[in-house]
Design a protein around this ligand. Structure first.
Ligand code: SF4
Ligand code: SF4
Length: 397
């Protein structure tokens, strides 16, 4: 392991500015996190702004954390721009609204010009010969305006990948609705996980910070429940960092697709004890073993080959199979799921005995990407678990 892979783990109990300042400053100094800075550098902060939601819902990177990071950068002579491509359109009108709802417009205004929100909505094309999935791809042009990228993610569960954290956060470098196209093109889980790893290896952020003060459990990354964790983490590379984050929420390599493929590619660890953790907080004091998952990947695996193990694995896969399912009484008929479904598996139909429309899913077309669940603004699209899987889980407790 190189010094690039050291992970800082620091206690941080709230989003109060003084607490954030103490924790973030400590976290970055432990790994010499700002050593990349040179005079007049332009730094792009790739935040998690997946949807326009209030900071206290634990969906997006908290503005107080972004404020402190920007202060540290500006004090050292850098200029800063914060950006992301949320779910939906990558257009000025759509993204300004997301900035506003995430509390960033106010942050920009209060900074007196030292913090800027990205206003470049161009789309660029890239070739990446070392990629596994993304040999050629589209990306958000603002990333070319900056000298270096800092990835500032949020620790959450994710229905398709198991966990959304540092590695997954780079998917927001893909513009707007092209994301749904890539879900379709790389619908197999490993291929999709390789998209995330490719993006990290192509853009190579110089620093990764994870907001794990309040995380999200259950139906993540947007419709789960906020859960207090109380930590801030940082590293110069994402894979050991994500392994530590996975361990905090009771997961391992086999539960997180991006960790699995990173390990296969020789980029990431197999287990958390391979990570060098520095900081005032010990992993054993922050672990939350009952953190609720959204994952379809469970840690039951059967080593070795043979027909019996194949049958057991197939049975486990079936037991743990999941699908999106609308909760009709919570649906507001906004059509967001219909618009974002990459497989065109959703049609809007009249609700039984009511004069409103709700989504209907064609199971033969559904690729189980869970975009519909991710982008439903009211959490009405749920992850439906096979009852047998639920039963097996309860027996394991
Ligand atoms: S219905 Fe939902 S999970 Fe299925 S393909 Fe469409 S967006 Fe993905
Ligand atoms: S996105 Fe959610 S609220 Fe909107 S139509 Fe789909 S299920 Fe209903």
């Amino acid at each position: 392991m190189s010094s690039m892979d050291i992970v800082s783990l620091v206690r941080c109990e709230s989003y109060e500015y003084d607490e954030i300042r103490r924790a973030l400053d400590e976290s970055l100094s432990l790994i010499d996190g700002l050593s990349f800075l040179k005079p007049d550098m332009k730094v792009g902060i790739k935040a998690n702004l997946v949807t326009g939601s209030a900071a206290d819902r634990a969906i997006t990177t908290h503005p107080v954390l972004l404020k402190r990071l920007c202060e540290l950068l500006v004090q050292r002579g850098a200029s800063v721009v914060i950006g992301d491509s949320p779910g939906g359109l990558f257009t000025p009108g759509f993204v300004q609204n997301v900035y506003k709802n995430c509390g960033l417009t106010e942050l920009e205004k209060a900074s007196g010009g030292s913090i800027l929100l990205n206003q470049n909505f161009s789309v660029k094309e890239a070739e990446f010969k070392d990629a596994v999935s993304l040999k050629s791809f589209s990306y958000t042009g603002w990333l070319d305006d900056v000298d270096v990228i800092i990835n500032f993610s949020k620790l959450k569960t994710h229905a398709m990948m198991g966990m959304s954290c540092a590695v997954k956060n780079m998917f927001g470098c893909v513009p707007g609705t092209t994301k749904t196209e890539y879900h379709m093109r790389f619908s197999e889980e490993r291929a999709f996980a390789n998209v995330m790893v490719d993006l990290n290896e192509y853009f190579k952020p110089v620093l990764y910070v994870v907001d794990a003060i309040d995380g999200m459990e259950g139906n993540g990354p947007t419709a789960g429940k906020k859960r207090h964790i109380g930590a801030l983490l940082a590293s110069k590379r994402p894979y050991y960092l994500d392994m530590v984050c996975a361990d905090i929420i009771g997961m391992g390599m086999s539960d997180v697709q991006t960790l699995l493929v990173a390990n296969e590619r020789g980029l990431g660890p197999k287990a958390v004890d391979e990570a060098e953790i520095v900081g005032s907080l010990e992993l054993k004091d922050i672990r939350i073993p009952d953190f609720k998952r959204a994952t379809i990947h469970q840690s039951i695996t059967f080593e070795g080959g043979g027909l019996f193990n194949s049958i057991k694995s197939a049975a486990v896969k079936l037991a743990y199979s999941t699908k999106p399912q609308v909760k009709e009484d919570e649906c507001i008929g906004c059509k967001k799921c219909f618009e974002t479904c990459p497989a065109k598996a959703i049609t809007m139909v009249g609700a039984k005995g009511a004069s409103r429309i709700i989504p209907s899913i064609d199971r033969s077309k559904c690729i189980k990407c869970f975009c519909c669940q991710e982008f439903c603004p009211v959490g009405a699209m749920k992850v439906h678990y096979n009852p047998l899987g639920k039963l097996l889980n309860s027996l394991q407790k």
